[in-house]
Design a protein around this ligand. Sequence first.
Ligand code: SF4
Ligand code: SF4
Length: 349
Amino acid sequence: MGECLKCGQCLSSCPVYKTLRDEAFSPRAKVSLSDQGGELYRKRLLQSCLLCGGCQKSCSGGLKTTDLFLEARKRFSRSLPVSKRAALFVFRRPWLDLARAFPLHRLLSPFSRPRGRSPSLSRSQGGERVLLFPGCLSRYLFPEILRSALRLLTSIGYSPVVPPFDCCGFAPLSAGMQERFERLKRTNTQLRERAGGGAVVTLCPTGYHTLTSLYGWGDVFSLPEFLKAHGGGMLETLRADGRRIALHLSCHTQNFHPRANLLEEILRDLPGVDLQVPQERRCCGFGGSFAVSNLELSERIARENIANFDQGAEVITDCPGCALQIGRRRKVSHVAVFLDSLARGFDEL
Ligand code: SF4
Ligand code: SF4
Protein backbone atom coordinates (compact mmCIF):
# COMPACT_ATOMS: atom_id res chain seq x y z
CA MET A 1 0.00 0.00 0.00
CA GLY A 2 3.03 2.37 0.20
CA GLU A 3 4.10 4.55 3.11
CA CYS A 4 3.88 8.18 4.12
CA LEU A 5 7.12 10.02 3.31
CA LYS A 6 5.92 13.17 5.15
CA CYS A 7 6.74 15.05 1.95
CA GLY A 8 3.69 17.33 2.06
CA GLN A 9 2.86 16.81 -1.60
CA CYS A 10 -0.76 16.16 -0.60
CA LEU A 11 -1.28 19.46 1.27
CA SER A 12 -2.29 21.56 -1.72
CA SER A 13 -4.82 18.91 -2.79
CA CYS A 14 -6.70 18.82 0.50
CA PRO A 15 -9.74 21.13 0.74
CA VAL A 16 -9.76 20.89 4.54
CA TYR A 17 -6.08 21.79 4.90
CA LYS A 18 -6.34 24.60 2.34
CA THR A 19 -9.13 26.19 4.34
CA LEU A 20 -7.84 25.59 7.88
CA ARG A 21 -4.07 25.84 7.18
CA ASP A 22 -3.56 23.64 10.21
CA GLU A 23 -1.09 20.77 10.00
CA ALA A 24 -3.18 18.81 12.51
CA PHE A 25 -5.90 18.49 9.85
CA SER A 26 -3.56 17.67 6.96
CA PRO A 27 -3.78 14.38 5.06
CA ARG A 28 -0.42 13.24 6.47
CA ALA A 29 -1.62 13.87 10.02
CA LYS A 30 -4.71 11.80 9.27
CA VAL A 31 -2.58 9.04 7.79
CA SER A 32 -0.30 8.85 10.83
CA LEU A 33 -3.23 9.00 13.25
CA SER A 34 -5.35 6.45 11.43
CA ASP A 35 -4.13 3.69 13.73
CA GLN A 36 -2.86 5.52 16.81
CA GLY A 37 -3.63 8.39 19.20
CA GLY A 38 -6.57 9.12 21.47
CA GLU A 39 -10.05 8.18 20.33
CA LEU A 40 -11.41 11.73 20.43
CA TYR A 41 -8.48 13.00 18.40
CA ARG A 42 -8.86 10.22 15.86
CA LYS A 43 -12.58 10.81 15.61
CA ARG A 44 -12.14 14.54 15.07
CA LEU A 45 -9.46 14.18 12.45
CA LEU A 46 -11.05 11.30 10.62
CA GLN A 47 -14.41 13.02 10.47
CA SER A 48 -12.84 16.26 9.21
CA CYS A 49 -12.25 14.66 5.87
CA LEU A 50 -14.42 14.73 2.75
CA LEU A 51 -13.01 11.45 1.39
CA CYS A 52 -12.47 13.45 -1.78
CA GLY A 53 -9.43 11.48 -2.92
CA GLY A 54 -7.26 14.59 -3.51
CA CYS A 55 -4.49 13.33 -1.25
CA GLN A 56 -4.56 9.88 -2.80
CA LYS A 57 -4.21 11.27 -6.31
CA SER A 58 -1.25 13.47 -5.38
CA CYS A 59 0.50 11.14 -2.94
CA SER A 60 4.14 10.66 -3.87
CA GLY A 61 4.37 7.63 -1.56
CA GLY A 62 1.67 5.78 -3.53
CA LEU A 63 -0.56 5.57 -0.46
CA LYS A 64 -4.20 4.55 -0.91
CA THR A 65 -5.19 7.18 1.62
CA THR A 66 -8.95 6.94 1.15
CA ASP A 67 -8.80 3.16 1.74
CA LEU A 68 -6.86 3.87 4.94
CA PHE A 69 -9.42 6.42 6.10
CA LEU A 70 -12.36 4.14 5.29
CA GLU A 71 -10.68 1.31 7.21
CA ALA A 72 -10.13 3.60 10.21
CA ARG A 73 -13.76 4.74 10.13
CA LYS A 74 -14.87 1.13 10.17
CA ARG A 75 -12.79 0.54 13.31
CA PHE A 76 -14.09 3.64 15.09
CA SER A 77 -17.65 3.69 13.74
CA ARG A 78 -19.21 3.51 17.20
CA SER A 79 -17.77 6.91 18.04
CA LEU A 80 -19.44 8.70 15.15
CA PRO A 81 -20.85 12.14 15.98
CA VAL A 82 -24.62 12.25 16.52
CA SER A 83 -25.01 14.68 13.58
CA LYS A 84 -23.47 12.17 11.19
CA ARG A 85 -25.72 9.38 12.45
CA ALA A 86 -28.73 11.68 12.06
CA ALA A 87 -27.72 12.44 8.45
CA LEU A 88 -27.48 8.75 7.68
CA PHE A 89 -30.84 8.09 9.35
CA VAL A 90 -32.50 10.67 7.08
CA PHE A 91 -30.74 9.23 4.04
CA ARG A 92 -32.72 6.00 4.13
CA ARG A 93 -35.18 4.92 1.53
CA PRO A 94 -38.51 5.42 3.37
CA TRP A 95 -37.64 9.04 4.23
CA LEU A 96 -36.39 9.70 0.73
CA ASP A 97 -39.63 8.29 -0.68
CA LEU A 98 -41.47 10.77 1.54
CA ALA A 99 -39.26 13.62 0.32
CA ARG A 100 -40.14 12.69 -3.24
CA ALA A 101 -43.86 12.64 -2.46
CA PHE A 102 -43.71 16.02 -0.68
CA PRO A 103 -40.87 17.98 -2.31
CA LEU A 104 -40.80 20.81 0.25
CA HIS A 105 -37.07 21.31 -0.42
CA ARG A 106 -38.07 22.92 -3.72
CA LEU A 107 -39.34 25.94 -1.81
CA LEU A 108 -35.84 26.46 -0.47
CA SER A 109 -33.51 25.84 -3.37
CA PRO A 110 -33.46 28.15 -6.38
CA PHE A 111 -31.53 25.41 -8.20
CA SER A 112 -34.43 23.01 -8.10
CA ARG A 113 -37.21 25.30 -9.33
CA PRO A 114 -38.63 23.82 -12.52
CA ARG A 115 -37.72 25.90 -15.57
CA GLY A 116 -39.01 25.93 -19.13
CA ARG A 117 -41.60 23.55 -20.40
CA SER A 118 -42.64 20.55 -18.41
CA PRO A 119 -40.39 17.68 -19.49
CA SER A 120 -41.89 14.51 -20.90
CA LEU A 121 -40.53 11.05 -20.24
CA SER A 122 -41.07 9.67 -23.72
CA ARG A 123 -38.60 6.97 -24.68
CA SER A 124 -37.57 5.50 -27.98
CA GLN A 125 -38.99 2.08 -28.74
CA GLY A 126 -36.63 -0.64 -29.82
CA GLY A 127 -33.37 1.31 -29.33
CA GLU A 128 -30.47 -0.43 -27.62
CA ARG A 129 -31.11 -0.73 -23.89
CA VAL A 130 -28.91 1.08 -21.39
CA LEU A 131 -29.30 1.11 -17.59
CA LEU A 132 -29.34 4.37 -15.69
CA PHE A 133 -28.02 4.62 -12.12
CA PRO A 134 -29.33 8.05 -11.07
CA GLY A 135 -28.03 8.20 -7.48
CA CYS A 136 -30.12 9.27 -4.48
CA LEU A 137 -30.18 13.02 -5.14
CA SER A 138 -31.29 12.72 -8.78
CA ARG A 139 -33.84 10.05 -7.94
CA TYR A 140 -35.39 11.73 -4.91
CA LEU A 141 -34.61 15.44 -4.78
CA PHE A 142 -33.82 16.60 -8.31
CA PRO A 143 -35.80 14.45 -10.74
CA GLU A 144 -35.25 17.03 -13.51
CA ILE A 145 -31.68 15.73 -13.74
CA LEU A 146 -33.01 12.21 -14.28
CA ARG A 147 -35.61 13.40 -16.80
CA SER A 148 -33.00 15.34 -18.79
CA ALA A 149 -30.69 12.31 -18.84
CA LEU A 150 -33.55 10.10 -20.07
CA ARG A 151 -34.33 12.54 -22.86
CA LEU A 152 -30.68 12.83 -23.91
CA LEU A 153 -30.21 9.04 -24.01
CA THR A 154 -33.46 8.65 -25.92
CA SER A 155 -32.38 11.34 -28.39
CA ILE A 156 -29.30 9.31 -29.34
CA GLY A 157 -31.43 6.24 -30.05
CA TYR A 158 -31.14 4.34 -26.76
CA SER A 159 -33.91 2.93 -24.60
CA PRO A 160 -32.88 3.94 -21.07
CA VAL A 161 -34.10 1.75 -18.22
CA VAL A 162 -34.02 2.82 -14.57
CA PRO A 163 -34.07 -0.25 -12.30
CA PRO A 164 -35.07 0.44 -8.67
CA PHE A 165 -31.42 0.77 -7.61
CA ASP A 166 -30.84 1.60 -3.97
CA CYS A 167 -28.25 4.03 -2.56
CA CYS A 168 -24.77 3.13 -3.87
CA GLY A 169 -23.66 2.79 -0.24
CA PHE A 170 -20.83 5.32 -0.18
CA ALA A 171 -22.50 7.33 2.61
CA PRO A 172 -22.83 4.36 5.01
CA LEU A 173 -19.34 3.17 4.07
CA SER A 174 -17.91 6.59 4.89
CA ALA A 175 -19.54 6.23 8.30
CA GLY A 176 -17.79 2.90 8.83
CA MET A 177 -20.91 0.80 8.18
CA GLN A 178 -19.29 -1.93 6.13
CA GLU A 179 -22.14 -4.47 6.49
CA ARG A 180 -24.74 -2.03 5.26
CA PHE A 181 -22.51 -1.13 2.34
CA GLU A 182 -22.10 -4.82 1.43
CA ARG A 183 -25.90 -5.30 1.59
CA LEU A 184 -26.47 -2.37 -0.77
CA LYS A 185 -23.77 -3.63 -3.12
CA ARG A 186 -25.43 -7.08 -3.24
CA THR A 187 -28.88 -5.56 -3.82
CA ASN A 188 -27.70 -3.28 -6.62
CA THR A 189 -25.71 -6.05 -8.27
CA GLN A 190 -28.78 -8.31 -8.27
CA LEU A 191 -30.93 -5.49 -9.66
CA ARG A 192 -28.44 -4.94 -12.47
CA GLU A 193 -28.47 -8.66 -13.30
CA ARG A 194 -32.28 -8.84 -13.16
CA ALA A 195 -32.48 -5.88 -15.53
CA GLY A 196 -30.42 -7.83 -18.05
CA GLY A 197 -26.97 -6.35 -17.28
CA GLY A 198 -25.11 -4.32 -19.88
CA ALA A 199 -23.83 -0.75 -19.82
CA VAL A 200 -24.69 1.50 -16.86
CA VAL A 201 -24.77 5.30 -17.08
CA THR A 202 -24.38 7.28 -13.85
CA LEU A 203 -25.44 10.84 -13.06
CA CYS A 204 -23.38 11.10 -9.89
CA PRO A 205 -19.55 11.01 -9.69
CA THR A 206 -19.65 9.40 -6.25
CA GLY A 207 -21.89 6.69 -7.68
CA TYR A 208 -19.46 6.25 -10.57
CA HIS A 209 -16.52 5.89 -8.18
CA THR A 210 -18.43 3.46 -5.96
CA LEU A 211 -19.68 1.25 -8.80
CA THR A 212 -16.32 1.09 -10.57
CA SER A 213 -13.74 1.11 -7.76
CA LEU A 214 -15.66 -0.32 -4.80
CA TYR A 215 -18.15 -2.71 -6.48
CA GLY A 216 -15.73 -3.61 -9.29
CA TRP A 217 -18.43 -3.20 -11.97
CA GLY A 218 -17.28 -2.84 -15.57
CA ASP A 219 -19.03 -1.08 -18.44
CA VAL A 220 -19.96 1.96 -16.32
CA PHE A 221 -20.00 5.46 -17.83
CA SER A 222 -20.58 9.01 -16.68
CA LEU A 223 -23.32 10.65 -18.77
CA PRO A 224 -20.93 12.96 -20.74
CA GLU A 225 -18.65 9.99 -21.38
CA PHE A 226 -21.53 7.88 -22.73
CA LEU A 227 -22.89 10.69 -24.91
CA LYS A 228 -19.41 11.27 -26.35
CA ALA A 229 -18.73 7.59 -27.02
CA HIS A 230 -22.17 6.48 -28.19
CA GLY A 231 -23.99 9.67 -29.15
CA GLY A 232 -23.29 9.38 -32.88
CA GLY A 233 -22.05 12.99 -32.99
CA MET A 234 -25.07 14.44 -31.12
CA LEU A 235 -22.82 16.59 -28.90
CA GLU A 236 -21.23 18.11 -31.99
CA THR A 237 -24.62 19.39 -33.13
CA LEU A 238 -25.16 21.51 -30.00
CA ARG A 239 -24.51 25.26 -29.88
CA ALA A 240 -24.12 27.55 -26.88
CA ASP A 241 -24.10 30.96 -28.51
CA GLY A 242 -23.60 33.75 -25.99
CA ARG A 243 -23.62 31.38 -23.01
CA ARG A 244 -21.08 32.27 -20.34
CA ILE A 245 -20.55 29.27 -18.14
CA ALA A 246 -18.22 28.28 -15.32
CA LEU A 247 -17.40 24.63 -14.80
CA HIS A 248 -17.33 23.09 -11.34
CA LEU A 249 -16.08 19.49 -11.50
CA SER A 250 -16.74 17.29 -8.50
CA CYS A 251 -13.76 16.00 -6.51
CA HIS A 252 -14.69 12.39 -7.25
CA THR A 253 -14.52 13.12 -10.98
CA GLN A 254 -11.24 15.02 -10.66
CA ASN A 255 -9.61 12.40 -8.51
CA PHE A 256 -11.11 9.07 -9.56
CA HIS A 257 -12.48 9.30 -13.10
CA PRO A 258 -9.99 8.09 -15.74
CA ARG A 259 -11.18 10.80 -18.15
CA ALA A 260 -11.54 13.66 -15.71
CA ASN A 261 -11.03 16.35 -18.38
CA LEU A 262 -13.63 15.05 -20.79
CA LEU A 263 -16.48 17.30 -19.66
CA GLU A 264 -14.30 20.39 -19.94
CA GLU A 265 -13.32 19.32 -23.48
CA ILE A 266 -16.98 18.80 -24.42
CA LEU A 267 -18.00 22.21 -23.08
CA ARG A 268 -15.02 23.96 -24.67
CA ASP A 269 -15.96 22.52 -28.06
CA LEU A 270 -19.49 24.00 -27.97
CA PRO A 271 -19.69 26.69 -30.66
CA GLY A 272 -20.31 30.15 -29.24
CA VAL A 273 -19.58 29.26 -25.62
CA ASP A 274 -17.64 31.45 -23.22
CA LEU A 275 -16.25 28.84 -20.82
CA GLN A 276 -14.62 29.87 -17.55
CA VAL A 277 -12.56 27.24 -15.79
CA PRO A 278 -11.29 28.43 -12.41
CA GLN A 279 -7.48 28.43 -12.29
CA GLU A 280 -7.57 26.51 -9.08
CA ARG A 281 -10.17 23.75 -8.93
CA ARG A 282 -11.77 23.72 -5.49
CA CYS A 283 -14.08 21.46 -3.55
CA CYS A 284 -17.67 22.64 -2.94
CA GLY A 285 -17.49 21.44 0.68
CA PHE A 286 -20.50 19.12 0.46
CA GLY A 287 -19.08 15.62 0.89
CA GLY A 288 -22.48 14.04 1.74
CA SER A 289 -22.83 13.78 5.50
CA PHE A 290 -19.64 15.88 5.91
CA ALA A 291 -21.82 18.96 5.29
CA VAL A 292 -23.97 17.95 8.28
CA SER A 293 -21.31 16.79 10.71
CA ASN A 294 -18.92 19.68 9.88
CA LEU A 295 -21.38 22.46 9.13
CA GLU A 296 -19.10 25.43 9.78
CA LEU A 297 -16.12 23.99 7.94
CA SER A 298 -18.32 22.93 5.03
CA GLU A 299 -19.65 26.51 4.78
CA ARG A 300 -16.15 27.98 4.80
CA ILE A 301 -15.00 25.67 2.01
CA ALA A 302 -18.19 26.48 0.06
CA ARG A 303 -17.63 30.24 0.36
CA GLU A 304 -14.06 29.94 -0.91
CA ASN A 305 -15.24 27.84 -3.84
CA ILE A 306 -17.96 30.32 -4.85
CA ALA A 307 -15.51 33.25 -4.72
CA ASN A 308 -13.52 31.40 -7.37
CA PHE A 309 -16.21 31.74 -10.07
CA ASP A 310 -16.72 34.62 -12.43
CA GLN A 311 -19.79 36.43 -11.05
CA GLY A 312 -21.64 36.70 -14.37
CA ALA A 313 -21.31 33.06 -15.38
CA GLU A 314 -23.84 30.21 -15.02
CA VAL A 315 -22.24 27.42 -13.03
CA ILE A 316 -22.38 23.93 -14.55
CA THR A 317 -21.46 20.87 -12.53
CA ASP A 318 -21.42 17.13 -13.08
CA CYS A 319 -22.56 16.29 -9.56
CA PRO A 320 -26.03 16.57 -7.93
CA GLY A 321 -24.38 16.98 -4.50
CA CYS A 322 -22.22 19.89 -5.70
CA ALA A 323 -25.33 21.37 -7.33
CA LEU A 324 -27.18 21.17 -4.02
CA GLN A 325 -24.33 22.88 -2.18
CA ILE A 326 -23.57 25.56 -4.78
CA GLY A 327 -27.29 26.11 -5.53
CA ARG A 328 -27.84 27.69 -2.11
CA ARG A 329 -25.69 30.62 -3.24
CA ARG A 330 -25.50 30.66 -7.04
CA LYS A 331 -27.49 29.63 -10.06
CA VAL A 332 -26.17 26.21 -10.99
CA SER A 333 -27.19 23.35 -13.25
CA HIS A 334 -26.27 19.73 -13.55
CA VAL A 335 -24.64 19.00 -16.89
CA ALA A 336 -27.56 16.74 -17.91
CA VAL A 337 -29.99 19.64 -17.55
CA PHE A 338 -27.61 22.01 -19.34
CA LEU A 339 -26.99 19.75 -22.35
CA ASP A 340 -30.70 18.90 -22.53
CA SER A 341 -31.55 22.61 -22.61
CA LEU A 342 -29.12 23.10 -25.53
CA ALA A 343 -30.57 20.10 -27.36
CA ARG A 344 -34.08 21.50 -26.96
CA GLY A 345 -33.04 25.01 -27.95
CA PHE A 346 -33.67 26.78 -24.62
CA ASP A 347 -31.66 29.93 -24.01
CA GLU A 348 -32.37 29.89 -20.30
CA LEU A 349 -32.04 27.00 -17.91
S1 SF4 B 1 -9.52 12.67 1.28
FE1 SF4 B 1 -9.67 14.87 0.71
S2 SF4 B 1 -10.35 15.93 2.59
FE2 SF4 B 1 -9.62 13.88 3.20
S3 SF4 B 1 -7.48 14.20 3.79
FE3 SF4 B 1 -7.49 13.57 1.63
S4 SF4 B 1 -7.53 15.47 0.47
FE4 SF4 B 1 -8.09 15.99 2.58
S1 SF4 C 1 1.82 13.02 -0.32
FE1 SF4 C 1 1.57 10.95 0.53
S2 SF4 C 1 3.62 10.46 1.25
FE2 SF4 C 1 3.60 12.69 1.00
S3 SF4 C 1 2.94 13.50 3.03
FE3 SF4 C 1 1.08 13.23 1.81
S4 SF4 C 1 0.30 11.20 2.41
FE4 SF4 C 1 2.49 11.28 3.01
